[in-house]
Each structure stands twice: as structure tokens, then as C-alpha cells.
Design a protein around this ligand. Sequence first.
Ligand code: AHR
Length: 497
Amino acid sequence: MTDARVTVHTAAVIDRIAPELHGHFSEHLGRCIYDGIWHGEADEEVGFREDVVSLLSDLEIPVLRWPGGCFADDYHWEDGIGPREDRPRRRNLFWAQDTGERPEESNAFGTDEFLELCEHIDTEPYLAANVGSGDPQEAVDWVEYCNYDGDTELADRRRENGHEEPYGVRYWGLGNENWGCGGQMTPEQYAREYRRYATYVGSMDKLMLDHDLDLIACGFENHDWNRRFMEEIGSSSWGVEFPLDHLTLHHYYGRSFSVSEADEDQYDRFLVEALEIEDHIERIAAAINAVATTRDIGVIIDEWGSWHPESVPESGLEQPGTVLDALSAAAVLDVFNENSDVMTMANIAQTVNVLQCLVETDGDDAWARPTYRVFDLYANHKGNEAVRTSVDAPSRDLDETNLPLVKASASTDDDGVFITVTNLDCREARSVEIALEGIQDPNRVDAEVLFAEHGPKVEVTVDNADEFEATDLDVSIEDGVLTAELAASTVAGFSVR
Ligand code: AHR
């Protein structure tokens, strides 16, 4: 019996899938940087954790956002450059809240360490400048320190710190959640601040000539806020030629339950909540396009992923890495593919140890979480042309909403077609047919599946981490139609040549 049919409309091109849709976010929060990317203060070793760097390197991360998050609007970048022993120790204002503890920031990991990491793992850096408690001068100085190749004091400081050549950092965020932890601003207020910052950072961009900066503003899941922000931006003397290349929002889901304690109905609702990201993408794009009538401004999902009740400041926002979370990542990456015509970047939160991280550490051990395996499987989509798919499959009714039980997306390159299909149903296996328009007789089909031996509740540990690697999936082909059996809660990738 066929439970689902995916039709791939190979000629219906959506757009190129920006590799940056597979981006990541790392903040000075809990054990993301210290004990995650960089050795913790209690460790004998100082410097990068080579085990983590190696896992991140293998994943070929296209872009990494840093240093926050809420931390970005309390961070003063000059604290984190120069000889480490001379760097000031500061309180970590935001992540101290409500913990009864007073986390402190050693500043051992600063701008040069972050940019060295990016060079090392071959990823594009994305710096978030301080708007909430900083000023435009500080932001321009940061750009100058990183990117300027002239004969100035700041460019010389970079050279003295061991970096003769400018880094050429392209992505610059101006603030983070400035409607909340970044200053509690109204949209009009943030738009005015944004314009002030963009005036000077944009002038620095022109001065440097050969560096083309992308300036990024933060939006909100409240779309009236986005509309008002865009209208205020558009009301300046720049008209629609304002220096704004991307507008962002954050989407977290799953706060109401721990995966280990939840039942199947809650799993369904969680996945629906994850998929609400599509509505947010459409609505923020509409807010942009109502004002930016003659130019493209990209949609960035700057932070996304699961956020369960275990993730509280006291735990450093740590939560177990489960198959359910990984399934949600697969469904969300499908949504990104389908919206590749408006989306320019997306950064899952957060890279190591925090929230829906991809890598977890404990002492001397580091391992990949199930979400890591999803990113690895979906890597075949990066840079391809996304094409439309239609999915004919059952959905589950949940009061006023429903969950599509099968999710898919497809993309093409010179070698063929790559299709990802997720059985979001945690109760039943499905037989899935895939029909590819215009392809009757594929030369070769390779298919892999994730989580075939696991249920949604299964948590990764150092001991079982390797069990989540993709395994081969049997596919039969008849009259050009592929058929495969997908166990409950599994993700599959089909490469057709
Ligand atoms: O990722 C954790 C926090 O979530 C970030 O600091 C903030 O931007 C968001 O609210």
C-alpha cells in the first residue's frame, strides 16, 4: 500500500538554495564557547577544542554568527583583543539573570579567536554589533579593526595581534532582539537607531571600496512590529535605497514539554509549532516587500530550533539531544528549501552544548547529535536549485490545526536531483512513492535513511552517538517511480542521477 506520494516538479525552479541556510549561531552563554568551542577555564589546555573544531569542520558550516544573542548587546569587542592576560574580566550581564550565580566573561575568546576559528573551519563569519548598550562608533571601529587595510591605529592593532591581512568580514548584524533584551525598543526607535548605525558602518563600507558589507537588522515574530520598522526605515531621505540587506527573526519552539515526558500528541503539536516558521517567513517577506519595492532584502532566520523546559539559564540552556528535535530540523530545512526565493540565511541555535546544538561535549569527549546527522544528510541540497514538490499524504487533525505527516523538498544540480523526505509520523511507518517529472529512467539512485532504529524520544550520549549515522535505504524503481518504506520518525535522502 502506498501511504504517500511525492511528486518532484523538476522544471518548477524556486531559486538557488543559499548554502547559508545551513548556518549556525554561537553565543557566550553556558558551555557554547567555553567548554564547547574553546577550552574551559578549569581545563589544563588553553585554546580551541580540536575535537569540536574537527566535527564542525566536517560539517562544512557556511556561516557562523557570534557573539550573541542577547550577549551581543552587552559586549564590547575591544575587551576581547590583544594579549589574553591583559584582557579585562567582565560580568556576563544577560546570562546571569535569575540564576543566583554570577557568570563572568574572561574575554579569552574574542574577535581574533572567533575569526581564526572561522578561517580554520572555512566558514563565513557573521558579527553581531552592540546596539543596545553600545554606540555607532564602537561598531564602525570593529569593522575597521577587522576589515581595513590602510594605515590607521585600529588596522595596526589587528596587525600587532598577528593578523596582517584584513579578515574581510562580510556579514554585520546591527543589534539583536532590540525589541527585547537588546534595549526594549519600539520598532520606530530601533529603526532610527539602525539608521544611525547603518549611516556610519555603511560609510566605512564605501571607504574600504573592495569589501562589500551585508548589513542586517533584527525583526520579530510580531509582524506588525516588522511592518512599522520597515515603514520607519523607508521614511528617511534614503528612500528605498537604505543600507539594509537582510531582515531577521528568531523562531524557537517546544517550550511546553520535555521530550522524555511527552506523549505522541505533544510530538505532533511540537512539529506543527516548528513548521509555523513558514508562515513567519512569508509574513516577514511581505513586510519587507511592502516598503522595499524596487530592491531585494533577504529574510534571515537568525536563530531557530527547539527550546525545551530543561533549557533555563541555570542549566546554561542545555537540553537533551533527541531524534524528535532532529526530525523538526529536517522539516524546517525543507521549509527553507521551499522558500529559497526569499531566504538568504538561517542559523540554528546554538552550535555546541546550548539548545538544539549539533555538537555536545562532556569533559574530554565531544560527539555529534542527531540534528548534526540531519544537516549532514541535507548538505547535498546546498547551492542546488530548489524545485517544487507536491506531497500527497495524510495529515493528523489537532483541534484547530493539523500536521502533515510527510514533508519533502527537492533540488537539482548538474548531476541530477536530490530529494529529502521525512516521515513526521511517530506512530506509523509509511510506504512513500517518489515520481520525478521528466525523469522516466534514472541511471542510478542512492538513498540513505536516518533514525530507522530509534524512536523520537531517544537521546544521544557519547556512547550511542555513532548509531545515529545514516544507513542505506532500499529503493525499488518501477516505471521511473521510486518506492521506499520509511519507518516512523525517519528522514531519508534520495540522490537520483
Ligand atoms: O539563544 C538564546 C537566546 O535566545 C539569545 O541570546 C536571544 O537572542 C534569544 O532570545
